[in-house]
Design a protein around this ligand. Sequence first.
Ligand SMILES: *Cc1c(COP(=O)(O)O)cnc(C)c1O
Length: 483
Amino acid sequence: MSPHLFSGSTLDAYTSGVWHASALLADRVKAVRQPYSGATVGDLQGQVDAVDLDRPLGDTGAALHEVARLYVDNAVWFHEPTYVAHLNCPVAIPALSAEVLISAINSSVDTWDQSATGTLIERRLIDWTAGRIGFGPGADGVFTSGGTQSNLQGLLLAREEALEGRSREANLARLRIFATTESHFSVSKSAGILGLAADAVVGVATDGTGRMDPDALVAAIEGVRRDGGLPMAVVATTGTTDLGRIDPVDVIGPICESQGIWLHVDAAYGCGLLVSPRRRHLLDGIERADSVTVDFHKSFYQPVSCSAIVVRRGETMRRIAVHADYLNPRTATVPNQVDKSLQTTRRFDALKLWMTLRTMGSEEIGTMFDTVVDRAAEVHAEIARDPDFEALAAPTLSTVLFRYRPDGMTVAECDELMPRLRQRLFYGGEAIVAGTVMGGHYWLKFTLLNPNTTMEHLANVLNLLRLTGRDLLGEKSGAAVMV
Ligand SMILES: *Cc1c(COP(=O)(O)O)cnc(C)c1O
């Protein structure tokens, strides 16, 4: 009998293995003072390459220590308050307890006979989410690996709906998706995967703040119809990745209804508003969507992966069901989630959300999200007052775009300096910020998801950017003098 396989007779090895991993993690995290060690690709590449994968250490403890050195000591820590870069959150502890169960029991929520209660729990959570969205009893959905997969599936359902009763061959190249340039890049990626034409994603103009302009949407739809195209879907984003803007779904919904076009709402980032005590109204109209992407691993503080696609009319999912005699025959009388998923074997990620809701409740989640949205407004005002920095427009959610641009620096100089500043900060390890290009110019970005990030932390990050920026400018003039 293998001593390394989980079973009723290896429980000592199991509990010691899990205990050692969590003890080691706790020990290392206790000493963490900054989000990154500062190690370079070169440093880490050498260490990873030096491991001989064909010579096992034979002992979990020894393997854990090796991993601690390679991975844990050089991890990027999202719980550190000066990690303010991407949409990564500190994770809810009840969800980590769930992970222990999920990985050892190893349920697969594709068919009932591999998951049992797992399937029922997942379904309850889909119903709960649909309720929060405001969908009626006909709603359905499934957990996915992330917003990218949810967007792909939403658009797949839209494609099938648009092709209903039409020749696939004759119409595939005519299909068009309407989205703004602020929409997530997974929208164009999906269009490619779905076999649509290269110009299938039609850009809809924004109102100047980055929100979809409904009049421009109507004009774009009319233009497409005039040119012989077939409108397939409108993608409205409620919480764009860079600016956090919320497309006006309350106006876009009725347009889609009257035009007979599928409305997919990408709430990957903004889904935390569903449980926000103070900002739920920002999602008004989302209940008119045909499909909605929610990323619990962003604004619901869940460990990756934990996401879902939720649809208003459950029957639209049936169109993608494929049956296999060995898995989910047509005659099945039990609930098989695989009928609705793009995946087959699938993690029981829903248990993490379940444990979180049963332990903390949704209001605490929503309050944490409200806190970071408040903080973004505060830090934006702070940046706007600081003569060394320039802030882009006021935030809607929890991202803030800004740049270090002291008196006398041209925009071109600033564009050149910002990526270097961001990189220098990263390898310093004390704080991590993101960067993006907006209107052809480079901006630094704070993405706040950690409610433990205070104004003091953010002031420290700004000062660090200021000092690092000065250093870089000094090095540049120093170099010029040397030449
Ligand atoms: C993050 C994000 C996605 C993609 O989600 P993943 O979970 O990273 O696949 C899609 N849309 C928006 C608006 C996002 O912010």
